[in-house]
Write a protein that binds this ligand. Sequence first.
Ligand code: GUN
Ligand code: ZN
Length: 428
Amino acid sequence: MTRIIKGQTLSFTAEGTALHEQKGAVVVGDDGTILWSGPQPMLPHGFRQAEVDDHGAMIVMPGFIDAHIHFPQYRMLAAPGKDLLDWLTRFTFPEESRYADAAYAASAAEVFVDRLFQHGTTAALAFCSAHKTCADALFAAAHRHGMALITGKSMMDRHAIPAVQDTVESSVRDTEDLHSTWHGKGRLRHAVTPRFAVTSSEAQLTAAGELFRHLPGALMQTHLSESHGEIALVAKLFPDAKDYTDVYDRFGLLGERSLFAHGIHLSERECARLSEAGATIVHCPTSNTFLGSGLMSMPHLRKETRPVSIGIATDVGGGTSYSMLATLGEAYKVQILGGYKPTDVELLAMATRGNAERLRIDHETGAIEVGKFADLVVLDPHATPVLASRQELSSSLEDVLFSLMILGDDRAVSATYVAGRKVHERAG
Ligand code: GUN
Ligand code: ZN
């Protein structure tokens, strides 16, 4: 049935400007796509009999897109590692070993997907553990909810505990199977997922490059240049490579469909090569501060002569919040520490339309536009006493958005829609 979602609508253009209607409406058809959007007084007569969800003065905007999150780390936020490598060894690999169990993975996937909706996230590029069961469970849960989700099993055949390691042969077989089972089913997509250079042998990185080349439409996701300890270890493991980026380059893993989490300590040469390849760096600010990895600089990456595309993400469970609002607030702080002051509109556009473009799902989500799915979040600027009293001082849309970004989290998410269906409604 056709449904009309009313509220203060907000979306972003490809150029990153805000499109705002104080009293806006979004009309959603049977198939979950947007049939019309605009000011309420202009609502075409044909839709006036439709069911209405009226969110009053709340902000109805495109759902958040998380460009890097780890499903099997969903309950291990706040694990106190000394640094990345210690955190992986002591906390992360043991927790991920549970995902060999299909029943455990299936129930965890339901919790995980619900938690994304609770935080207003409607699409994601996610990591799974090395177990095919883990990716099967997440694909199945996302499919049941009609969600745009991209994932893959981690390829990792060394430098981890046996319970989370695979082999070159099993990783190729499982990755091919996942691609043929899930890629293109409903709104699902598949990403070839070598975990990072430390945990893959040369033979496995060669295989990952071949899979990336041959699996039609697949993305590639991995980690790059996160911590100094990791970078030193990669230099020791690959002594012939020019730098960390060159390791992936040598195995054919750099391209327009490649997404690299972190990219904190990249040299000029690495940025130039990533720019030339059209690859994306995904900024994960809460993870970078929590693990003490460093302060990623957006202006360094965006340098005009060799601009690198940037996405933004939570990186749960290295990240400390599922909330993309909280993540944007932390990105603001990390950038301002480096001397750059991003705007709320710039960061919100990155977390919606920008990430949709980076994930190659912008034809179907990331903006309130006719023909795209109605993947929406409804934000309450008065959600908490602190936010409510802050709004007494707000005199513009920018004020409201900035305060939501700095003070907001899941409490500010009043409702979430995936393909026009309400998948979350805040209690009370
Ligand atoms: N590098 C390799 N694996 C991981 C991971 O799970 N989280 C983070 N933050 N970095 C990684
Ligand atoms: Zn990560």
